[in-house]
Design a protein around this ligand. Structure first.
Ligand SMILES: C[S@@+](CC[C@H](N)C(=O)[O-])C[C@H]1O[C@@H](n2cnc3c(N)ncnc32)[C@H](O)[C@@H]1O
Length: 203
């Protein structure tokens, strides 16, 4: 998947993504509240899209949104000028995480579209500071019986992945992460069933 593909998406497309997946966003924000959002900061949102929900929900928190799409990041900057917020055109795989780490790294509906899930996961883990958290969701469902991730290239040039919970657990262990859950999450589309929710504590 390349940024030019995502740049064909208008801001209204990014905005339309948010509402149907409200249960996932609400569950994630409740998780943050239970742990104390400020204690989790700074926060990194990988593949933030228009960041409609989080720009507002994290208004008092150090929050960075990254996305490979310049259209999406342009939309974020046009709506969110909060001094604690920062947006960057970047993919997580090429982000400099040697000198910058976050207390919470999260990503909604992005692992479903990356060309290399282990590389995405390893880069996401590297971005977390010691004892910080990783929170990932996959909107294409909880494919419990899949032994491996299934990657399908769509006619639109985008990868559509069925993420294997078992393979994800094994790849977290390979990244040195031993404290995690990979479970069925909220249902946003009854035709798909529960989404995948992965929560990990990075050592
Ligand atoms: C389906 S949208 C999800 C947007 C938003 N997270 C949400 O839940 O509404 C996927 C987004 O991920 C971005 N993206 C895809 N691969 C990425 C990567 N490797 N690093 C950062 N962003 C990526 C795309 O440009 C797109 O904006």
């Amino acid at each position: 998947m390349t940024a030019p593909y995502w740049n064909t998406r208008s801001p209204s497309w990014y905005h339309a993504l948010v509402r149907p997946r409200q249960p996932v966003h609400d569950a994630f924000l409740q998780w943050c509240t239970e742990r104390g959002t400020q204690a989790l900061a700074p926060i990194l949102d990988i593949g933030c899209g228009s960041s409609l929900y989080y720009g507002e929900s994290f208004r008092d928190t150090a929050y960075t949104g990254i996305d490979v799409s310049s259209t999406a990041i342009g939309d974020c900057w046009s709506r969110d000028s909060h001094p604690f917020h920062h947006y960057e055109i970047a993919g997580i795989e090429s982000l400099d995480t040697e000198h910058r780490k976050w207390g919470l790294v999260f990503s909604h509906a992005v692992v479903d579209h990356v060309p290399d899930i282990p590389a995405f996961l390893a880069a996401s883990v590297r971005a977390v500071r010691p004892h910080g958290w990783l929170y990932l969701t996959a909107y294409r469902g909880f494919h419990d019986t899949a032994q491996e991730h299934v990657y399908t290239m769509g006619a639109d040039g985008c990868w559509y992945n069925d993420v294997s919970p078992g393979a994800l657990r094994a790849q977290l262990l390979e990244c040195g992460v031993h404290e995690f859950s990979v479970e069925p999450g909220p249902v946003c589309d009854p035709a798909i069933g529960p989404e995948l929710v992965c929560v990990a504590r990075v050592p």
